[in-house]
Design a protein. Sequence first.
Length: 115
Amino acid sequence: VQLQASGGGLVQPGGSLRLSCAASGSIFSENNMGWYRQAPGRQRELVASITRRGTTIYGDSVKDRVTISRDSAKSTLYLQMNSLKPEDTAVYYCKMTSARGYVFWGQGTLVTVSS
């Protein structure tokens, strides 16, 4: 299984970004997916997750500002982030959890929110 995250970059406070995570090597539609982030000196935390049936969960710090979605035809996971704040600066990772409970992580994409 390979997870290739992209879409990170430098954005000003209040701006938007859309992250993508392209998956290969697994039947995408059968897996639960999620976005996590890790800021320097902090633990990795949940940003959002989406089950294979489309049920979503959002972290409290990003709720109402981000939307997670998935496109099974493209085997791609997305994270639309709006109203970005400096505290959203982190490396964002996508995660796949298979039906058997195996966990796979992507390599991460850096998001920097700064003026």
